[in-house]
Design a protein around this ligand. Structure first.
Ligand code: MG
Length: 467
């Protein structure tokens, strides 16, 4: 079915003010109605940059100490098959915030400071969804979905923005040196170049300040850390502490930050009504050597469509709602946050567009027998469909690719071979054919540049005048 487009203002108007209760009454179940009578839950999403699958104690790191995030896992659920929808920054962020594959949201690749594009105003973000229930919303950290004013967080449902508009290895203009990026508050540059060594601590202070100021109303804090994207920076307080060198120092600082935020939530008495999620935007940038993390035991890292690029560490905590010390190995993705948050907040998801994410509350809450809602998860690199996973099976299509070279067509059993080393395609031709068919269906939907297929339901990037 071709995706229909409507003006976002119509969607907001439909749900806004007096229409809200009417709209909700017709769209939600009895269970959801009960949830609405309670105060809507708070959401905190801590989203690191280029942190690998292995780079937490609770995910197996031998030398990075993350006691606070490990404790989060002990008090909540660890997701071991959790995916981003791209193995690079901008499209991964677009997918998280819109609940849609990056191609559908119009951000297939990384945006640079000379870009005249960004997340289109017609896209609906988690922040905009939650504004329908009067949430206070903040984006604190690296945005990377367009730095021109019309693309900034403040134009996408966030009441408050503090952070850098793109990656910390970029530069603001021709005169600037590489790695010189602006620090912004709302739509103003407040520091240039941003002092990167204290960014993590300042983001933490800003997040806590925002939570404290909004403790009496529902809030959504999206905290996309600048680190551990290179160049790595850490303050003197955290320098030379980790056995894993500077990279370890940076992660251990983020662990401290996470603990500070959890402590603030506890101190304010909000523990039992706040869902906190910790995850990463893509796998480790392995060519950066000891300034990169590890995705062990997964294959490859950032840029790749092997598991190391797309599968990321994820921990979710909500005392009383998410059972402690649980592990979920079902397929789930960052795209699921939008529909899941919407359901928990008692707000319907937009009906005028395809939302790829699913409500994964049954997985999060440990419902017995809960299974992944995905028949298939698709691995896109830009506009190219490179692989598909269904259940334990992953099919990698034979392509000549920029970052991976010539990749043979292969079938992997991820339950038995998480490192994607043993191609079993000759042993399971019927499984391979099933996955080919799932991919073919997706190509008709979103396209595949490698095969010259345009796809029906992808958003064209919006060009803006350069100013
Ligand atoms: Mg990244």
């Amino acid at each position: 079915m071709r995706e229909q487009r409507i003006d976002r203002r119509r969607f907001i108007g439909f749900l806004g003010a007096g229409a809200t209760s009417l709209a909700l009454s017709g769209c939600v179940s009895q269970k959801d109605s009960r949830a609405q009578r309670k105060a809507p839950p708070n959401f905190v999403v801590i989203f690191t940059d280029d942190q690998g699958y292995n780079d937490l104690g609770c995910f197996g790191s031998p030398n990075i100490e993350t006691p606070r995030i490990d404790r989060m896992a002990a008090e909540g659920c660890k997701f071991t098959s959790f995916y981003v929808a791209a193995s690079v920054c901008s499209p991964s962020r677009a997918a998280l915030l819109t609940g849609r594959y990056p191609l559908r949201a119009g951000i297939p690749g990384v945006l640079f400071p000379n870009a005249t594009t960004g997340l289109d105003s017609g896209e609906i973000t988690i922040a905009e969804i939650l504004k329908q229930r009067n949430y206070a919303t903040a984006c604190i950290g690296k945005w990377h979905l367009g730095h021109l004013p019309e693309f900034l967080p403040t134009r996408h449902g966030f009441d408050y923005y503090y952070g850098i508009p793109y990656s910390n290895d970029m530069k603001m203009n021709k005169e600037a040196k590489r790695h010189q990026v602006p620090l912004m508050r709302n739509e103003e540059v407040v520091e240039f170049p941003a002092v990167q060594s204290t960014l993590t601590e300042r983001y933490t202070q800003e997040a806590i300040r925002f939570i404290e100021a909004n403790k009496d109303r529902p809030f959504f804090v999206y905290l996309p850390h600048t680190m551990p994207h290179v160049p790595l920076h850490v303050s003197a307080h955290f320098a030379n502490k980790s056995d894993a060198g500077l990279y370890g120092d940076v992660i251990e600082c983020i662990d401290w930050s996470t603990g500070e935020i959890l402590d603030a939530i506890d101190r304010l008495g909000l523990d039992d009504n706040t869902l906190v999620i910790f995850t990463s935007d893509n796998g480790p940038w392995l060519v950066k050597g000891d300034h990169a993390g590890l995705a062990t035991p997964l294959r490859d890292g950032k840029f790749s469509t092997y598991e190391g690029g797309f599968r990321i560490p994820c921990v979710m905590r909500w005392p009383g709602r998410i059972p402690p010390a649980t592990v979920c190995s079902e397929i789930a993705t960052t795209m699921d946050l939008l529909p899941t948050f919407a359901q928990l907040a008692g707000v319907p998801v937009p009906k005028d567009r395809i939302i790829d994410g699913k409500d994964i509350w049954p997985l999060m809450s440990g419902t017995p027998g809960a299974q992944s809602p995905y028949e298939a998860f698709h691995y896109y690199a830009g506009k190219e469909l490179r692989a598909v996973r269904s259940g334990k099976w992953k099919m990698v299509f034979g392509n000549e690719t920029k970052h991976e070279g010539k990749v043979p067509e292969a079938l992997y059993n991820l339950d038995a071979d998480i490192g994607e080393q043993n191609n079993v395609i000759d042993d399971h031709p019927e499984i391979a054919e099933k996955l080919r068919q799932l991919a073919s269906k997706m190509r008709q939907d979103l396209g595949d540049k490698l095969r010259g297929i345009e796809g029906r339901n992808r958003r064209k990037p919006v060009q803006r005048e350069m100013r």
